[in-house]
Design a protein around this ligand. Structure first.
Ligand SMILES: Cc1cc2nc3c(=O)[nH]c(=O)nc-3n(C[C@H](O)[C@H](O)[C@H](O)COP(=O)(O)O)c2cc1C
Length: 192
């Protein structure tokens, strides 16, 4: 296979797939939700999570207003919902009503937690930094919601129970395959 090396970086989709998640917010007596593919854990102590969100998004306005956001992890069955909240604007429509989104009560914030999420984080905003055309919002995780049955011992996702949504870019969604999972102990492999 020929390798292409180019200084014309373009949209750089080469690092996909990425887990597609739904970020939620509440402010001005409004709930909102948007799809996010650009997100990452940043620190375990304190527990920090980062999401890259354009300042054009209504969700961004709500997060800056409330200083809180929710991070919701979903299985492939919710891919249509990801496309729905990622294809509509909270400024124009009440997405929770329009897409019939059921929520659970949050405990440390006012952010809506999606009832169908196999895991969700409630975050308090600790930083908002501008990088190019997106803002990197960093939140301290102050509460974790998770479906105990969806996780194997050691709190790792049980792929027999949940197929997490992966986003390929260009509106394509897929998931993981349990058959391809391999346990490779870094202590063993680091010594070879
Ligand atoms: C799969 C997917 C992933 C997305 N990832 C991001 C992202 O990481 N950051 C971002 O700012 N927008 C992202 N978007 C776009 C927003 O979800 C979209 O603009 C949404 O309409 C914003 O809603 P709001 O204006 O109600 O906040 C993504 C959209 C999709 C469909």
């Amino acid at each position: 296979m020929a390798k292409v090396i180019s200084q014309d970086v373009g949209a750089f989709y080469q690092h996909y797939p990425k887990a597609a998640i739904i970020v939620t917010a509440h402010a001005k007596e409004k709930d909102n939700a948007m799809a996010v593919a650009w997100h990452t854990s940043i620190s375990s102590n304190p527990p920090l999570y980062g999401v890259a969100i354009s300042s054009k998004r209504f969700t961004y306005e709500l997060i800056i207003d409330s200083k809180e956001f929710g991070v919701n992890f979903l299985s492939l069955e919710a891919a249509e919902l990801v496309a729905a909240v990622g294809g509509s604007k909270g400024k124009e429509v009440d997405k929770f009503h329009q897409f019939n989104i059921a929520t659970d009560k949050s405990i440390k914030t006012e952010v809506p937690i999606l009832n169908t999420a196999y895991a969700a984080y409630e975050c308090k905003l600790v930083d908002d930094r501008s990088y190019g055309d997106h803002q990197l919002l960093v939140g301290e995780i102050v509460a974790v919601h998770w479906l105990k049955d969806a996780f194997a011992p050691g709190e790792i996702l049980d792929l027999d129970k949940v197929n997490p949504i992966l986003y390929m870019g260009k509106e394509i969604y897929t998931t993981t395959s349990k058959d391809m999972a391999r346990a490779l102990d870094r202590k063993v492999y680091g010594k070879r």
